[in-house]
Design a binder for this molecule. Structure first.
Ligand SMILES: Nc1ncnc2c1ncn2[C@@H]1O[C@H](COP(=O)(O)OP(=O)(O)O)[C@@H](O)[C@H]1O
Ligand SMILES: [Mg+2]
Length: 238
């Protein structure tokens, strides 16, 4: 772990946005972890509680981001990890300002990202070897310093990932066509992110069945929604 020691001042730069009544969430984990499945269930759950729910995926969500998505998914040659990291960072900055921040300004909104900063840490930082500090450095300027209030990290083994991907029978894309070693380093990267951002990231064992996991997620999110962040200065209203 010493290999990846990150200065605390750098970690402290990352903060959740402050919009009373609105929340920013992300789901992380390797392919087949259950992100899409659990996001759909959580969206339903939150909509029943009368929240406006918006699900976003990078790169994409903006005209600029969609062009970048095509570029990365159809890449004929291997992208340099630095090119990859900057590509995701630029689409992320655009999506944050063009969509996320505007939506969060509307009270009662929950924005859920299907992958965010921790995927950059795991994919480009660890699996592609760029380094975690390098990823955090790229993100150290606003709006990239914005992180979710809560990140649900669904942890599965590479073996379970492979099994679920086979069942799903989806065509392998740019990221999925790599071997088991790559998945092991992704898990290492996500675990490392969970260590670094202990307060933000909730690591859940996602090898277990859907419904048990669904309840754990609902529990954590409900707690978050009923908490009042210290930063809200409601004294002014009384
Ligand atoms: N907890 C679970 N137990 C068994 N199968 C699951 C579980 N979560 C997801 N799956 C299945 O695994 C596959 C991948 O799930 P998905 O939600 O698409 O994962 P992700 O979005 O993280 O890649 C799907 O076929 C899904 O039905
Ligand atoms: Mg998915």
């Amino acid at each position: 772990m010493t290999k990846y020691t990150i200065p605390q001042e750098l970690i402290n730069k990352f903060r959740a946005p402050e919009f009373p009544g609105s929340f920013f969430l992300s789901f992380e984990g390797i392919e087949g972890a259950g992100k899409s499945t659990q996001i759909a269930k959580l969206k339903d759950y939150l909509e029943h509680k009368n929240y406006r729910v918006l699900v976003l995926r990078e790169p994409g969500g903006t005209f600029f981001g969609e062009r970048l998505r095509e570029a990365v998914l159809n890449a004929k040659t291997e992208l340099h990890p630095l090119a990859e990291a900057h590509l995701f960072a630029s689409s992320r900055a655009q999506l944050l300002t063009e969509v996320t921040l505007k939506e969060l300004a509307v009270p009662n909104t929950v924005v859920i990202y299907d992958r965010y900063l921790d995927s950059s840490i795991a994919y480009q930082g660890i699996a592609r070897g760029l380094g975690v500090k390098e990823i955090l450095d790229i993100h150290s300027i606003f709006p990239l310093t914005l992180v979710p209030h809560l990140t649900i990290y669904l942890k599965i083994t590479p073996e379970v990932s492979e099994k679920r991907q086979k069942i799903r029978n989806a065509p392998k894309d740019y990221f999925e066509s790599r071997g088991i070693k790559f998945y092991e380093s992704l898990v290492e990267g996500y675990d490392l992110a969970a260590e670094m951002f202990k307060d933000r990231i909730l690591k859940l064992d996602a090898n277990k069945n859907f419904s048990e996991l669904e309840l754990e997620i609902q529990d954590a999110v409900t707690k978050l929604l009923s908490s009042k962040p210290k930063t809200w200065n409601n004294d002014l209203e009384t």
